[in-house]
Write a protein that binds this ligand. Structure first.
Ligand SMILES: *[C@@H]1O[C@H](CO)[C@@H](O)[C@H](O)[C@H]1NC(C)=O
Ligand SMILES: *[C@@H]1O[C@H](CO)[C@@H](O)[C@H](O)[C@H]1NC(C)=O
Ligand SMILES: *[C@@H]1O[C@H](CO)[C@@H](O)[C@H](O)[C@H]1NC(C)=O
Ligand SMILES: *[C@@H]1O[C@H](CO)[C@@H](O)[C@H](O)[C@H]1NC(C)=O
Ligand SMILES: *[C@@H]1O[C@H](CO)[C@@H](O)[C@H](O)[C@H]1NC(C)=O
Ligand SMILES: *[C@@H]1O[C@H](CO)[C@@H](O)[C@H](O)[C@H]1NC(C)=O
Length: 288
């Protein structure tokens, strides 16, 4: 099977603006990494082969789909009960998303797709997605890996602490390494606490330097995250379609249950999977 490779460009929290400006020079490819150190029990492969409701998924090249930003992305986190008989139409990834909760902005009510694993794989096949940033971006990476691998890495083991997080990232990368060379690269970059102290001007300068990069803002609830988020909105899609934007601020603001986060700041696995669903909606479209 051909999986896209997902490469995480940062191993440790570093002053993020430094990282950001070096982004295209400093890519710590993890593709040659050794097998996971935690043993195979970290991966529970699901044998869910239900392709029943699967539709063709295609990749949308730069500047990708623009979902919206700011008030247009405000959403209410809610679980969805599937109608009797409908459960069989969805794969385990989709069923888990409905049970764990989704946060659909009303404006996207009829257009946002909850991707099945097969659809996500089909869309990203032959693509290289580089996810760069700090621990928050590692979590987004694991959310996407959960969907692509159709599996729950180590029973939704929450990645408490950076060494745990690195192990899960290494495992996910290990299982995603089969790929093609002719990849069309997508770069996704962002950070959480590490840009709290950054001047808005530096981030804008970064956006100017790194064309075609999808920017991911800080989650809600951190010091200055609203200020930085609101300050950046005018510079990002949809206001500036040449700077694609993945607005995860609103969904983190909406997820207020105790289990949305395991340390008050980093989000739980299911929230990261929802972020990854929004990324898939930015990169992919379903035909028919
Ligand atoms: C999935 O199928 C394989 C091969 O049929 C089997 O060895 C494995 O135990 C199954 N895994 C699960 C989680 O059911
Ligand atoms: C999170 O907590 C809420 C409220 O306590 C609960 O309804 C929901 O099922 C939990 N979600 C997950 C994925 O555990
Ligand atoms: C979304 O649209 C469906 C069907 O039109 C409707 O039943 C539902 O209430 C809408 N949900 C929201 C959050 O607007
Ligand atoms: C890693 O996670 C395990 C299980 O959740 C936990 O017991 C352990 O303390 C964590 N390790 C670190 C360094 O946080
Ligand atoms: C970004 O680049 C444009 C022209 O390429 C320039 O006018 C603008 O001042 C730059 N903005 C920043 C914040 O550097
Ligand atoms: C966040 O801001 C509050 C109030 O200004 C301050 O007391 C706190 O130390 C800050 N927290 C961090 C992590 O910087």
């Amino acid at each position: 099977m051909k999986y896209p490779v997902l490469v995480l460009a940062l191993a440790a929290p570093i002053i993020c603006i430094l990282l950001l400006s070096l982004f295209f020079d400093y890519v710590n490819w993890e593709e040659g990494r050794a097998a996971p150190t935690m043993g195979d029990e970290i991966i529970i492969m699901s044998n869910d082969t239900n392709d029943y409701n699967r539709r063709r998924a295609i990749f949308i090249p730069f500047p990708h789909n623009t979902l919206g930003s700011g008030v247009d992305m405000e959403c209410r986190w809610e679980t969805k009960a599937l109608r009797e008989g409908d459960a069989a139409k969805y794969d385990s990834t989709q069923r888990a998303a409905f049970a764990e909760g989704v946060c659909v902005p009303p404006r996207l009510n009829s257009s946002l797709r909850v991707f099945s694993s097969a659809e996500a794989r089909e869309c990203l096949r032959f693509r290289r997605v580089i996810i760069s940033g700090d621990s928050y971006m590692k979590q987004l990476f694991v959310g996407l890996a959960d969907i692509l691998l159709s599996t729950k890495l180590s029973r939704d083991y929450q990645m408490v602490g950076s060494s745990n997080r690195s192990k899960v990232v290494a495992s996910a990368n290990h299982y995603l390494t089969e790929r093609r060379r002719r990849d069309n690269t997508v770069a996704v970059v962002g950070a959480g606490v590490h840009i709290e102290g950054a001047a808005l001007g530096e981030i804008k300068k970064f956006l100017n330097l790194t064309k075609r990069t999808i920017f991911v803002p800080m989650p809600a609830g951190l010091n200055r995250s609203r200020e930085v988020y609101e300050g950046l909105l005018p510079y990002l899609a949809p206001n500036h379609p040449e700077h694609p934007f993945l607005d995860v601020f609103q969904l983190t603001r909406s997820c207020t249950m105790q289990n949305c986060s395991y340390d008050g700041s980093h989000r739980s696995r299911y929230v990261n999977r929802w972020k990854a669903q929004l990324l898939l909606n930015t990169l992919c479209e379903i035909l028919g």
